[in-house]
Design a protein around this ligand. Structure first.
Ligand SMILES: Nc1ncnc2c1ncn2[C@@H]1O[C@H](COP(=O)(O)OP(=O)(O)O)[C@@H](O)[C@H]1O
Ligand SMILES: CC(C)(COP(=O)(O)O)[C@@H](O)C(=O)NCCC(=O)O
Length: 329
C-alpha cells in the first residue's frame, strides 16, 4: 500500500461527485417556494433586468420562489448572529463592536453567481434591520496578467493559485475584525485584467457578500504541516450555486456567443480577436476555453467545495432552481 500523506488522515474519503445529504435538509422547489414569509417583492421587472447577468433567464417568479425565501432565512441568521454578539459581549463583560455579517457565494464560471449575489444584495437591503448590504467579487484579487504570465498561470485564470490568496484572506479578516474601512482591488472583465490604481472601499456594512469561484476553498496545509486560515473561516453563511457540468458548459458557450456580438466588439476588450469569428468558430473557441480552463477548475477545485456551503441551490438546464439544501443546525 502506498504511504499515506499526513493530511490524508484528516480527509473523509468521498468520491469527487458524491453529495452529502446527512448534514443537509433538502427541499423541493415547491416546498421551498412556500416558505416565502411575504408576497411583497421589493423588486420590479426593470430592476431585475439590470441585476441579471448576460444570458441569465432568472425571472420574477424565480425571485419570488427561490431568492425571497433565501433572503428571509438569511435575515434570520443576521438577527440571531446579532443576538449572539450581544450575548457573547455580556458573557465576556466587554463591549466589542459588531462586525459585518459575511456571506460567501461560490460556484463555477457561468453558473450565475453574479445574478444570485446581486439579487440577494437587493432583497436583503429591503429589510429595515440591515439596509447596508455591500458586494465584492474575488476577481479583484486575481494577480494582474503580468504577474500571472510571470508565474506561467495565464491559462489558469480562476484556479486557486491565480489569486493573491493572502491579500484576499487579509481583506476578509479585516472586515471581520470590524475595521472602519477596508479596500479591495478591482478587475475588469472587458480588459481581462486588474484595473491599476482603482479600489473599492467597504465601510462596515450590515452585510457583506463575497462572491467568487473559490471562496469555499479550505485552508492550505503549510510546509510545516499545519493548516492556515481560509476566507471561508470568516463566513457567517455561504451559498453554493450548483448545476450539471454539461449544462454549465452549454451556458458558457452561449454566453460566449452573446459576448461575441456585444462586449468583444468594444475596442477596449481583450477579446476583440473573437468578435469576427463565425458562429462555428466561436463555439469551437468557447468549448476549448471551457475544456482546458473552466471545466477542469470546476472538477478539481470548485465542485469539491460544494458540501462546505450552508446552502446549495441546484439549477436545472433552464436555470430554474430545482431543489435547495440547507445545512442542519
Ligand atoms: N469576457 C467577458 N466580458 C464581459 N463580461 C464578462 C466576460 N466574462 C464574464 N463576464 C461577466 O462577468 C460576470 C461574472 O461571470 P462568471 O465569473 O462567469 O460568473 P457567473 O456567471 O457565475 O456570475 C457575469 O455577469 C458575466 O456576464
Ligand atoms: C474572472 C474569473 C476568473 C472569475 O473570477 P471570480 O470573481 O469568480 O473570482 C472568470 O470569470 C474568468 O474570466 N475566467 C477566465 C477563463 C475564461 O476566460 O473563461
Amino acid at each position: 500500500m502506498p504511504a499515506r500523506r499526513r493530511a490524508d488522515y484528516y480527509c473523509f474519503p468521498m468520491p469527487p461527485d458524491a453529495q452529502l445529504l446527512g448534514p443537509f435538509v433538502e427541499l423541493s422547489r415547491a416546498d421551498w417556494a412556500n416558505l416565502a414569509e411575504t408576497t411583497a417583492l421589493p423588486l420590479d421587472a426593470a430592476t431585475l433586468e439590470k441585476l441579471r447577468g448576460l444570458s441569465d433567464p432568472t425571472s420574477l417568479t424565480d425571485v419570488r420562489e427561490v431568492y425571497l425565501p433565501l433572503s428571509a432565512l438569511l435575515s434570520r441568521y443576521v438577527r440571531i448572529t446579532r443576538e449572539l454578539h450581544q450575548s457573547t459581549n455580556a458573557f465576556l463583560g466587554r463591549a466589542t463592536t459588531r462586525t459585518p455579517f459575511v456571506i460567501g457565494i461560490a460556484g463555477s464560471v457561468a453558473v450565475g453567481k453574479s445574478t444570485t449575489a446581486r439579487l440577494l444584495r437587493e432583497l436583503l437591503a429591503a429589510w429595515p434591520e440591515h439596509p447596508r448590504v455591500e458586494l465584492i467579487t474575488t476577481d479583484g484579487f486575481l494577480f494582474p496578467n503580468a504577474e500571472l504570465d510571470r508565474r506561467g498561470l495565464m491559462h489558469r485564470k480562476g484556479f486557486p493559485e491565480s489569486y493573491d490568496r493572502r491579500a484576499l484572506l487579509k481583506f476578509v479578516m479585516d472586515v471581520k475584525s470590524g475595521d472602519e474601512e477596508v479596500s479591495a482591488p478591482v478587475y475588469s472583465h472587458l480588459v481581462y485584467d486588474i484595473v491599476p490604481d482603482v479600489s473599492v472601499a467597504v465601510r462596515r456594512p450590515d452585510i457583506l457578500i463575497v462572491e467568487g469561484l473559490n471562496v469555499l476553498q479550505p485552508a492550505r496545509i503549510r510546509l510545516d504541516g499545519r493548516a492556515g486560515l481560509a476566507v471561508s473561516d470568516f463566513f457567517d453563511f455561504s451559498v453554493y450555486v450548483d448545476a450539471a457540468a454539461d449544462d454549465i458548459r452549454d451556458w458558457y458557450v452561449s454566453r460566449f456567443l452573446s459576448l461575441r456580438d456585444t462586449a468583444f466588439r468594444d475596442p477596449r476588450s481583450y477579446f476583440t480577436r473573437y468578435a469576427d469569428l463565425t458562429h462555428d468558430q466561436a463555439v469551437t473557441q468557447a468549448e476549448q476555453l471551457w475544456d482546458t480552463i473552466n471545466g477542469p477548475n470546476l472538477d478539481r477545485n470548485i465542485l469539491p467545495t460544494r458540501d462546505r456551503a450552508t446552502a446549495i441551490l441546484r439549477k436545472d438546464r433552464e436555470h430554474h432552481v430545482q431543489w435547495v439544501r440547507i445545512r442542519k443546525v
